[in-house]
Design a protein around this ligand. Structure first.
Ligand code: PMP
Length: 425
Protein backbone atom coordinates (compact mmCIF):
# COMPACT_ATOMS: atom_id res chain seq x y z
CA UNK A 1 0.00 0.00 0.00
CA UNK A 2 1.23 3.50 -0.79
CA UNK A 3 1.72 5.96 2.04
CA UNK A 4 -1.28 8.03 0.86
CA UNK A 5 -3.46 4.91 0.89
CA UNK A 6 -2.10 3.92 4.23
CA UNK A 7 -2.89 7.31 5.73
CA UNK A 8 -6.35 7.37 4.15
CA UNK A 9 -7.18 3.98 5.67
CA UNK A 10 -5.86 5.12 9.03
CA UNK A 11 -7.68 8.47 8.78
CA UNK A 12 -11.01 6.80 8.08
CA UNK A 13 -10.80 5.05 11.44
CA UNK A 14 -10.65 8.30 13.42
CA UNK A 15 -12.22 10.90 11.10
CA UNK A 16 -15.52 10.47 9.17
CA UNK A 17 -14.57 9.52 5.63
CA UNK A 18 -10.95 10.24 6.53
CA UNK A 19 -11.32 13.97 5.86
CA UNK A 20 -12.31 17.18 7.61
CA UNK A 21 -14.28 18.55 4.64
CA UNK A 22 -16.13 16.23 2.22
CA UNK A 23 -14.74 17.24 -1.20
CA UNK A 24 -11.22 16.28 -0.07
CA UNK A 25 -12.20 12.60 -0.01
CA UNK A 26 -12.18 12.25 -3.84
CA UNK A 27 -15.69 10.71 -3.70
CA UNK A 28 -16.80 12.12 -7.06
CA UNK A 29 -13.59 11.16 -8.90
CA UNK A 30 -12.64 8.01 -7.00
CA UNK A 31 -9.15 7.05 -5.87
CA UNK A 32 -7.03 8.13 -2.95
CA UNK A 33 -6.64 11.73 -1.84
CA UNK A 34 -3.08 12.98 -1.54
CA UNK A 35 -2.06 13.68 2.04
CA UNK A 36 -0.13 16.92 1.84
CA UNK A 37 3.10 17.25 3.73
CA UNK A 38 4.19 20.72 2.63
CA UNK A 39 3.68 23.41 0.02
CA UNK A 40 5.74 26.16 -1.54
CA UNK A 41 4.78 28.64 -4.26
CA UNK A 42 2.74 26.82 -6.96
CA UNK A 43 3.67 23.36 -5.64
CA UNK A 44 2.40 20.90 -3.05
CA UNK A 45 4.17 17.71 -1.96
CA UNK A 46 2.30 14.68 -0.70
CA UNK A 47 3.26 12.23 2.03
CA UNK A 48 5.25 10.18 -0.51
CA UNK A 49 7.32 13.18 -1.52
CA UNK A 50 5.60 13.51 -4.92
CA UNK A 51 5.38 17.09 -6.15
CA UNK A 52 2.28 18.53 -7.85
CA UNK A 53 1.55 21.86 -9.50
CA UNK A 54 -1.43 23.02 -7.46
CA UNK A 55 -4.52 24.70 -8.93
CA UNK A 56 -6.61 24.35 -5.77
CA UNK A 57 -4.61 26.76 -3.61
CA UNK A 58 -6.46 25.69 -0.45
CA UNK A 59 -9.69 26.47 -2.40
CA UNK A 60 -8.75 30.07 -2.97
CA UNK A 61 -6.69 31.58 -0.16
CA UNK A 62 -3.23 30.86 -1.63
CA UNK A 63 -3.31 33.77 -4.08
CA UNK A 64 0.36 34.62 -3.42
CA UNK A 65 1.39 31.00 -3.79
CA UNK A 66 1.88 28.70 -0.84
CA UNK A 67 4.01 29.75 2.12
CA UNK A 68 4.89 33.20 0.82
CA UNK A 69 7.94 34.25 2.87
CA UNK A 70 6.46 37.60 3.94
CA UNK A 71 3.20 36.02 5.04
CA UNK A 72 5.05 33.33 6.97
CA UNK A 73 7.21 35.97 8.62
CA UNK A 74 4.13 38.01 9.62
CA UNK A 75 2.60 34.89 11.19
CA UNK A 76 5.80 34.04 13.06
CA UNK A 77 6.17 37.57 14.37
CA UNK A 78 2.57 37.67 15.55
CA UNK A 79 2.72 34.20 17.11
CA UNK A 80 5.55 35.01 19.50
CA UNK A 81 3.39 37.76 21.01
CA UNK A 82 0.63 35.34 21.91
CA UNK A 83 -1.85 33.27 19.93
CA UNK A 84 -5.17 34.69 21.11
CA UNK A 85 -6.30 37.30 23.60
CA UNK A 86 -10.08 37.51 23.36
CA UNK A 87 -9.65 41.27 23.53
CA UNK A 88 -9.36 43.92 20.82
CA UNK A 89 -6.06 44.55 18.96
CA UNK A 90 -4.69 47.28 16.72
CA UNK A 91 -4.20 44.77 13.90
CA UNK A 92 -7.95 44.12 13.77
CA UNK A 93 -8.55 47.82 13.26
CA UNK A 94 -5.92 47.85 10.51
CA UNK A 95 -7.48 44.97 8.61
CA UNK A 96 -10.97 46.46 8.97
CA UNK A 97 -9.65 49.75 7.58
CA UNK A 98 -7.82 47.94 4.76
CA UNK A 99 -10.99 46.07 3.73
CA UNK A 100 -13.14 49.21 3.91
CA UNK A 101 -10.61 51.16 1.83
CA UNK A 102 -10.70 48.51 -0.90
CA UNK A 103 -14.30 47.33 -1.27
CA UNK A 104 -16.92 49.86 -2.43
CA UNK A 105 -19.75 48.40 -0.31
CA UNK A 106 -17.95 48.38 3.04
CA UNK A 107 -18.42 51.13 5.60
CA UNK A 108 -18.06 48.81 8.59
CA UNK A 109 -16.92 45.23 8.92
CA UNK A 110 -16.98 42.47 11.56
CA UNK A 111 -14.39 39.67 11.52
CA UNK A 112 -15.26 35.99 11.94
CA UNK A 113 -13.26 32.80 11.38
CA UNK A 114 -14.80 31.22 8.26
CA UNK A 115 -16.94 31.89 5.22
CA UNK A 116 -19.78 29.93 6.79
CA UNK A 117 -19.84 32.22 9.80
CA UNK A 118 -19.71 35.27 7.55
CA UNK A 119 -22.76 34.30 5.48
CA UNK A 120 -24.71 32.94 8.45
CA UNK A 121 -24.12 36.21 10.31
CA UNK A 122 -24.92 38.39 7.29
CA UNK A 123 -28.25 36.64 6.83
CA UNK A 124 -29.15 36.99 10.49
CA UNK A 125 -28.23 40.66 10.22
CA UNK A 126 -30.36 41.12 7.10
CA UNK A 127 -33.31 39.53 8.86
CA UNK A 128 -32.73 41.56 12.01
CA UNK A 129 -32.31 44.84 10.17
CA UNK A 130 -35.36 44.41 7.92
CA UNK A 131 -37.61 42.60 10.38
CA UNK A 132 -38.40 40.10 7.59
CA UNK A 133 -37.86 36.34 7.43
CA UNK A 134 -37.62 35.17 3.83
CA UNK A 135 -34.34 34.92 1.93
CA UNK A 136 -33.58 34.25 -1.72
CA UNK A 137 -30.66 32.10 -2.83
CA UNK A 138 -29.69 30.53 -6.16
CA UNK A 139 -29.32 26.92 -7.15
CA UNK A 140 -25.64 26.01 -7.49
CA UNK A 141 -24.39 28.85 -5.26
CA UNK A 142 -22.75 27.63 -2.05
CA UNK A 143 -22.63 29.89 0.96
CA UNK A 144 -21.28 27.55 3.61
CA UNK A 145 -23.20 25.10 5.74
CA UNK A 146 -25.60 27.15 7.88
CA UNK A 147 -28.92 25.27 8.18
CA UNK A 148 -31.09 27.70 6.22
CA UNK A 149 -28.65 27.62 3.28
CA UNK A 150 -28.46 23.83 2.87
CA UNK A 151 -31.39 23.83 0.54
CA UNK A 152 -32.35 23.03 -3.03
CA UNK A 153 -35.28 24.20 -5.10
CA UNK A 154 -38.66 22.72 -4.27
CA UNK A 155 -40.88 21.29 -6.96
CA UNK A 156 -42.46 24.02 -9.02
CA UNK A 157 -41.66 27.67 -9.46
CA UNK A 158 -41.60 29.84 -6.35
CA UNK A 159 -42.07 27.06 -3.86
CA UNK A 160 -39.82 27.09 -0.84
CA UNK A 161 -36.82 24.79 -0.73
CA UNK A 162 -36.07 21.30 0.53
CA UNK A 163 -33.11 20.55 2.80
CA UNK A 164 -30.06 19.08 1.08
CA UNK A 165 -28.65 17.69 4.31
CA UNK A 166 -29.99 15.27 6.84
CA UNK A 167 -30.38 17.01 10.17
CA UNK A 168 -31.92 20.17 8.71
CA UNK A 169 -35.62 20.33 9.59
CA UNK A 170 -37.85 21.35 6.66
CA UNK A 171 -39.07 24.22 8.86
CA UNK A 172 -35.53 25.64 8.94
CA UNK A 173 -35.48 26.11 5.18
CA UNK A 174 -39.15 27.05 4.91
CA UNK A 175 -38.15 30.69 4.54
CA UNK A 176 -35.55 30.07 1.82
CA UNK A 177 -36.64 30.62 -1.75
CA UNK A 178 -34.31 28.91 -4.25
CA UNK A 179 -34.15 30.28 -7.79
CA UNK A 180 -32.09 29.48 -10.90
CA UNK A 181 -28.89 31.50 -11.28
CA UNK A 182 -29.15 34.08 -14.06
CA UNK A 183 -32.96 33.77 -14.19
CA UNK A 184 -33.97 37.41 -13.91
CA UNK A 185 -37.64 36.71 -14.61
CA UNK A 186 -37.77 34.30 -11.64
CA UNK A 187 -36.31 36.99 -9.39
CA UNK A 188 -38.92 39.49 -10.54
CA UNK A 189 -41.69 36.94 -10.01
CA UNK A 190 -40.40 36.13 -6.52
CA UNK A 191 -40.43 39.80 -5.55
CA UNK A 192 -43.84 40.34 -7.12
CA UNK A 193 -45.25 37.58 -4.93
CA UNK A 194 -43.18 37.87 -1.73
CA UNK A 195 -41.56 41.31 -1.94
CA UNK A 196 -42.89 42.49 1.43
CA UNK A 197 -41.41 39.48 3.22
CA UNK A 198 -37.97 39.14 1.60
CA UNK A 199 -35.14 40.17 3.94
CA UNK A 200 -32.33 39.60 1.47
CA UNK A 201 -31.01 38.07 -1.70
CA UNK A 202 -27.68 36.29 -1.26
CA UNK A 203 -25.66 35.52 -4.39
CA UNK A 204 -22.19 34.54 -5.50
CA UNK A 205 -21.78 37.48 -7.90
CA UNK A 206 -19.57 35.21 -9.99
CA UNK A 207 -20.38 31.64 -9.05
CA UNK A 208 -17.47 29.36 -8.19
CA UNK A 209 -19.22 26.45 -6.53
CA UNK A 210 -20.88 25.02 -9.64
CA UNK A 211 -17.62 25.27 -11.54
CA UNK A 212 -17.19 28.89 -12.72
CA UNK A 213 -20.42 30.52 -13.91
CA UNK A 214 -20.56 34.22 -14.72
CA UNK A 215 -23.58 36.39 -14.07
CA UNK A 216 -25.50 37.14 -17.28
CA UNK A 217 -25.43 40.75 -18.49
CA UNK A 218 -27.79 42.77 -16.30
CA UNK A 219 -28.45 39.98 -13.77
CA UNK A 220 -26.66 41.57 -10.81
CA UNK A 221 -28.12 44.99 -11.60
CA UNK A 222 -31.59 43.40 -11.70
CA UNK A 223 -30.97 41.96 -8.23
CA UNK A 224 -29.87 45.40 -7.07
CA UNK A 225 -32.98 47.05 -8.53
CA UNK A 226 -35.42 44.49 -7.15
CA UNK A 227 -33.90 44.66 -3.66
CA UNK A 228 -33.94 48.46 -3.62
CA UNK A 229 -37.49 48.62 -4.93
CA UNK A 230 -38.80 46.17 -2.31
CA UNK A 231 -36.69 47.19 0.70
CA UNK A 232 -34.69 43.96 0.76
CA UNK A 233 -30.91 43.81 1.24
CA UNK A 234 -28.54 42.53 -1.42
CA UNK A 235 -25.71 40.35 -0.10
CA UNK A 236 -22.75 39.59 -2.35
CA UNK A 237 -21.02 36.47 -1.09
CA UNK A 238 -17.48 37.35 -2.17
CA UNK A 239 -15.88 34.68 0.03
CA UNK A 240 -14.35 33.23 -3.13
CA UNK A 241 -14.31 36.22 -5.51
CA UNK A 242 -13.15 38.87 -3.03
CA UNK A 243 -9.62 40.00 -4.03
CA UNK A 244 -9.52 36.99 -6.36
CA UNK A 245 -11.21 38.35 -9.50
CA UNK A 246 -9.79 41.85 -9.07
CA UNK A 247 -8.68 44.34 -6.42
CA UNK A 248 -12.27 45.29 -5.51
CA UNK A 249 -14.06 42.01 -6.00
CA UNK A 250 -16.97 41.56 -8.38
CA UNK A 251 -18.52 44.76 -7.00
CA UNK A 252 -15.52 46.68 -8.34
CA UNK A 253 -15.70 44.98 -11.74
CA UNK A 254 -19.44 45.45 -12.28
CA UNK A 255 -20.18 48.66 -10.42
CA UNK A 256 -23.11 46.95 -8.70
CA UNK A 257 -22.86 47.72 -4.98
CA UNK A 258 -24.45 45.31 -2.52
CA UNK A 259 -25.74 46.33 0.91
CA UNK A 260 -23.67 43.62 2.61
CA UNK A 261 -20.61 41.65 1.53
CA UNK A 262 -19.18 38.43 2.93
CA UNK A 263 -15.48 37.62 2.69
CA UNK A 264 -13.04 34.86 3.72
CA UNK A 265 -10.29 32.85 1.91
CA UNK A 266 -7.87 35.49 0.47
CA UNK A 267 -8.39 37.94 3.37
CA UNK A 268 -6.89 35.35 5.72
CA UNK A 269 -4.03 34.39 3.42
CA UNK A 270 -4.45 30.73 4.44
CA UNK A 271 -5.40 31.34 8.05
CA UNK A 272 -8.99 31.19 9.36
CA UNK A 273 -10.43 34.66 8.72
CA UNK A 274 -13.86 35.63 7.45
CA UNK A 275 -15.73 38.91 7.50
CA UNK A 276 -19.09 40.47 6.82
CA UNK A 277 -19.69 44.14 6.34
CA UNK A 278 -21.55 46.82 4.49
CA UNK A 279 -23.57 49.97 5.05
CA UNK A 280 -22.96 51.52 8.46
CA UNK A 281 -26.68 51.92 9.18
CA UNK A 282 -27.15 48.18 8.68
CA UNK A 283 -24.02 47.22 10.64
CA UNK A 284 -25.39 49.34 13.50
CA UNK A 285 -27.81 46.44 14.12
CA UNK A 286 -24.91 44.14 15.13
CA UNK A 287 -24.28 43.54 18.86
CA UNK A 288 -23.14 45.22 21.05
CA UNK A 289 -24.56 48.32 19.29
CA UNK A 290 -27.72 46.66 18.03
CA UNK A 291 -29.88 43.67 18.74
CA UNK A 292 -28.48 41.14 16.23
CA UNK A 293 -26.27 38.80 18.24
CA UNK A 294 -22.97 37.69 16.73
CA UNK A 295 -19.72 36.69 18.47
CA UNK A 296 -16.60 34.49 18.37
CA UNK A 297 -13.88 33.44 20.84
CA UNK A 298 -11.25 33.45 18.08
CA UNK A 299 -12.76 36.25 15.94
CA UNK A 300 -10.02 38.66 14.85
CA UNK A 301 -7.37 36.19 15.96
CA UNK A 302 -4.04 38.06 15.95
CA UNK A 303 -2.03 35.41 14.10
CA UNK A 304 -4.71 34.95 11.44
CA UNK A 305 -5.12 38.71 11.02
CA UNK A 306 -1.35 39.09 10.59
CA UNK A 307 -1.46 36.65 7.64
CA UNK A 308 -4.43 38.52 6.19
CA UNK A 309 -2.82 41.93 6.49
CA UNK A 310 0.42 40.75 4.88
CA UNK A 311 -1.57 39.19 2.05
CA UNK A 312 -3.70 42.29 1.45
CA UNK A 313 -0.57 44.45 1.39
CA UNK A 314 1.18 42.24 -1.19
CA UNK A 315 -1.82 41.85 -3.49
CA UNK A 316 -2.38 45.60 -3.30
CA UNK A 317 0.79 46.24 -5.28
CA UNK A 318 0.14 47.93 -8.65
CA UNK A 319 -0.58 45.51 -11.48
CA UNK A 320 -0.93 42.47 -9.22
CA UNK A 321 -4.36 41.41 -10.48
CA UNK A 322 -3.51 42.24 -14.11
CA UNK A 323 -0.55 39.86 -13.97
CA UNK A 324 -2.60 37.20 -12.18
CA UNK A 325 -5.41 37.49 -14.73
CA UNK A 326 -2.96 37.25 -17.63
CA UNK A 327 -1.39 34.04 -16.28
CA UNK A 328 -4.83 32.52 -15.70
CA UNK A 329 -5.82 33.38 -19.27
CA UNK A 330 -2.65 31.74 -20.58
CA UNK A 331 -3.64 28.59 -18.73
CA UNK A 332 -7.24 28.39 -19.97
CA UNK A 333 -6.42 29.42 -23.53
CA UNK A 334 -3.59 26.91 -23.64
CA UNK A 335 -5.81 24.14 -22.30
CA UNK A 336 -8.55 25.00 -24.82
CA UNK A 337 -6.09 24.95 -27.72
CA UNK A 338 -4.64 21.60 -26.68
CA UNK A 339 -8.08 20.05 -26.17
CA UNK A 340 -9.16 21.26 -29.58
CA UNK A 341 -6.03 19.86 -31.22
CA UNK A 342 -6.76 16.49 -29.60
CA UNK A 343 -10.43 16.59 -30.67
CA UNK A 344 -11.69 16.72 -27.07
CA UNK A 345 -14.98 18.57 -26.44
CA UNK A 346 -13.90 21.22 -23.99
CA UNK A 347 -14.35 24.86 -23.07
CA UNK A 348 -12.86 27.10 -20.40
CA UNK A 349 -13.31 30.51 -18.85
CA UNK A 350 -11.45 32.69 -16.37
CA UNK A 351 -11.81 35.89 -14.42
CA UNK A 352 -8.80 37.28 -12.59
CA UNK A 353 -7.14 34.40 -10.77
CA UNK A 354 -10.15 32.07 -10.95
CA UNK A 355 -11.00 29.66 -13.77
CA UNK A 356 -13.49 27.05 -14.94
CA UNK A 357 -12.83 23.99 -17.13
CA UNK A 358 -15.84 22.33 -18.78
CA UNK A 359 -16.07 19.11 -20.74
CA UNK A 360 -18.80 20.63 -22.88
CA UNK A 361 -18.82 22.60 -26.13
CA UNK A 362 -19.65 25.97 -24.62
CA UNK A 363 -19.15 27.80 -21.35
CA UNK A 364 -22.19 27.08 -19.11
CA UNK A 365 -24.48 29.77 -17.68
CA UNK A 366 -26.41 27.69 -15.12
CA UNK A 367 -26.13 24.65 -12.87
CA UNK A 368 -28.20 22.67 -15.38
CA UNK A 369 -25.68 23.42 -18.13
CA UNK A 370 -22.73 22.58 -15.86
CA UNK A 371 -24.44 19.31 -14.94
CA UNK A 372 -24.84 18.45 -18.64
CA UNK A 373 -21.05 18.44 -19.13
CA UNK A 374 -19.22 15.11 -19.46
CA UNK A 375 -18.20 14.25 -15.89
CA UNK A 376 -16.56 10.98 -16.98
CA UNK A 377 -14.23 12.88 -19.30
CA UNK A 378 -13.49 15.25 -16.41
CA UNK A 379 -12.65 12.34 -14.13
CA UNK A 380 -10.25 10.83 -16.70
CA UNK A 381 -8.66 14.26 -17.19
CA UNK A 382 -8.37 14.80 -13.43
CA UNK A 383 -6.62 11.48 -12.80
CA UNK A 384 -4.48 11.85 -15.92
CA UNK A 385 -3.26 15.25 -14.76
CA UNK A 386 -2.69 14.00 -11.23
CA UNK A 387 -0.49 11.21 -12.56
CA UNK A 388 1.39 13.89 -14.53
CA UNK A 389 1.96 15.85 -11.32
CA UNK A 390 -0.79 18.46 -11.69
CA UNK A 391 -3.41 18.86 -8.95
CA UNK A 392 -6.81 20.22 -10.04
CA UNK A 393 -9.92 20.30 -7.84
CA UNK A 394 -11.26 16.74 -7.47
CA UNK A 395 -14.74 17.65 -8.74
CA UNK A 396 -16.26 18.94 -11.98
CA UNK A 397 -18.30 21.41 -9.91
CA UNK A 398 -15.45 23.49 -8.51
CA UNK A 399 -13.59 26.48 -9.87
CA UNK A 400 -9.78 26.44 -10.04
CA UNK A 401 -7.27 28.99 -8.79
CA UNK A 402 -4.00 30.40 -10.07
CA UNK A 403 -1.47 32.12 -7.81
CA UNK A 404 1.11 34.81 -8.37
CA UNK A 405 3.77 32.07 -8.41
CA UNK A 406 2.26 30.26 -11.43
CA UNK A 407 4.83 31.73 -13.82
CA UNK A 408 5.23 30.93 -17.52
CA UNK A 409 7.35 27.84 -16.83
CA UNK A 410 4.70 26.41 -14.49
CA UNK A 411 1.89 27.11 -16.96
CA UNK A 412 3.93 25.58 -19.81
CA UNK A 413 4.61 22.45 -17.77
CA UNK A 414 0.87 22.20 -17.08
CA UNK A 415 0.02 22.58 -20.78
CA UNK A 416 2.60 19.96 -21.80
CA UNK A 417 1.03 17.54 -19.32
CA UNK A 418 -2.45 18.40 -20.58
CA UNK A 419 -1.39 17.70 -24.16
CA UNK A 420 -0.39 14.16 -23.18
CA UNK A 421 -3.55 13.65 -21.12
CA UNK A 422 -5.95 14.98 -23.80
CA UNK A 423 -4.28 12.67 -26.33
CA UNK A 424 -5.14 9.70 -24.09
CA UNK A 425 -8.78 10.75 -23.43
N1 PMP B 1 -19.26 31.16 0.37
C1 PMP B 1 -18.58 30.83 -0.73
C2 PMP B 1 -18.84 31.56 -2.01
C3 PMP B 1 -17.63 29.79 -0.68
O1 PMP B 1 -16.97 29.46 -1.80
C4 PMP B 1 -17.40 29.13 0.53
C5 PMP B 1 -16.38 28.00 0.66
N2 PMP B 1 -15.98 27.40 -0.48
C6 PMP B 1 -18.13 29.53 1.66
C7 PMP B 1 -19.03 30.55 1.55
C8 PMP B 1 -17.91 28.86 2.98
O2 PMP B 1 -16.67 29.21 3.48
P1 PMP B 1 -15.95 28.29 4.59
O3 PMP B 1 -15.62 27.01 3.93
O4 PMP B 1 -14.76 29.12 4.98
O5 PMP B 1 -16.91 28.14 5.71
Amino acid sequence: MSRNEDLFTRAARSIPGGVNSPVRAFRSVGGTPRFIARAQGPYIWDAEGTRYIDYVGSWGPAILGHAHPEVIRAVQEAAVNGLSFGAPTEAEVEIAEALIARLPSLQQVRLVSSGTEATMSAIRLARGATGRNKIVKFEGCYHGHADSLLVKAGSGLLTFGNPTSAGVPAEFVAHTLVLDYNDQAAVEAAFAQHGQDIACVIVEPVAGNMNLVRPAAGFLQALRDQCTQHGALLIFDEVMTGFRVGPQGVQGLTGVTPDLTTLAKVIGGGMPVGAFGGRADIMAHVAPVGGVYQAGTLSGNPVAVAAGLATLRLIGEPGFHDRLGAQTEKLVQGLSARAQAAGVTFSADSLGGMFGLYFGAKVPTSLAEVSACDTQAFTRFFHGMLSEGVHFAPSAFEAGFVSATHDDAVIEATLDAAERVFARL
